[in-house]
Design a binder for this molecule. Structure first.
Ligand code: SF4
Length: 322
């Protein structure tokens, strides 16, 4: 049976439930644009960015750096108060690389966000190669009084894949940054994508084992999708890249969750892009519809997050133990 962290009908330790347990109320994440760029675009680590990246595909309207973050927060909070009846908030620095800048700038932005009485903390999206020791000291100080989560984009643990998608960092840099962040009261989230060219299910499932051995608190997963204006769109149109099927995605994510320790919370299971720039795949699902599809598959299997670890079972995929 699922352990106490996982409701037996939900089958997954959702991040939303975790926040409710931890803070005793409904907590929403409010996106802001802090005016950062990305070292994989400005030339310091690379140019052109990751082959799938178009930041407009993951940036809600109304979060533009030209607008003071206090105004961005006010808009986001009003939306979530009305729509979800949330009373407390985490400010999510999402767009580009949100630790990539002088520590004075980081301190100013983070402290302004935390200044609001209904803000419980921050989520900060960044790359593993862009978290300086000075930034970690700042986050450590803030974490003494607030909830602080650093969201590290790993995407794949395979250096060959990271190279082929022009990611501009490797697994060793991710492991180093996790080690430097650990034990400081800062939560660590890892972003992963499934469906890269040449990626296998067995290869992706190894990531669950890696995450299990690290001090990771939560994960965000989504399928590789193609949006307009990216190198991946060119590869798709030339027939060089074929997106995975929805059944392959759901099956692999269920396998992944079965291998993932139950204490790690799940922040996301699906990625979507605005219709105007979405190229493929066209699954036409909302986030919660994908979530329930995965939960239903776990229910059909009679399984849940971490069940294979609890059973001590080793899984063989495509002839390879993972
Ligand atoms: S690291 Fe993020 S923001 Fe930078 S190019 Fe890649 S996906 Fe885009």
């Amino acid at each position: 049976m699922p352990n106490e962290l996982i409701h037996k009908e939900l089958r997954i330790n959702s991040y939303g439930s975790y926040l409710r347990r931890r803070f005793g109320c409904r907590v929403s994440k409010v996106n802001v644009d802090g005016g950062f760029t990305c070292p994989n675009r400005d030339g310091s680590r690379g140019t052109g960015g990751c082959i799938y990246c178009d930041n407009s595909s993951f940036s809600p309207k109304g979060t533009e750096a030209i607008i003071p973050i206090e105004a961005q927060m006010a808009d986001g909070m009003a939306y979530h108060r009305t729509r979800l009846h949330s009373s407390k908030f985490l400010v999510y620095f999402q767009k580009f690389t949100n630790t990539y800048g002088p520590v004075d700038k980081l301190s100013d932005l983070y402290r302004r966000a935390l200044d609001h009485p209904d803000v419980l903390g921050l989520s900060i999206g960044t790359r593993p190669d862009s978290v300086s020791d000075e930034a970690i000291e700042l986050l450590t100080e803030l974490a003494r009084d607030y909830y602080i989560c650093v969201e590290l984009g790993l995407q794949s643990m395979d250096d060959g894949i990271l190279d082929s998608i022009n990611r501009g960092h490797n697994l060793a840099e991710y492991l180093d940054t996790v080690e430097r962040l650990a034990g400081r009261g800062i939560e660590i989230c890892t972003h992963l994508i499934y469906g890269f060219p040449g990626e296998t299910r067995a290869g992706f499932l190894k990531t669950a084992r890696l995450i299990s051995e690290l001090p990771i608190d939560s994960v965000k997963l989504h399928q590789l999708h193609v949006v307009e204006g990216t190198r991946l769109a060119e590869l798709y149109r030339s027939g060089t890249f074929t997106p995975i099927s929805i059944d392959e995605y759901v099956g692999t994510i269920c396998d992944f969750l079965e291998e993932l320790p139950p204490q790690i919370t799940i922040q996301r299971l699906y990625g979507s892009a605005p219709l105007a720039i979405r190229v493929a795949p066209n699954w036409d699902l909302k986030n919660n519809q994908m979530w329930y599809r995965i939960v239903n598959e776990l229910r059909r299997r009679g399984s849940w997050q971490g069940c294979r670890l609890e059973a001590g079972e080793r899984r063989v995929v495509n002839g390879e133990s993972v």
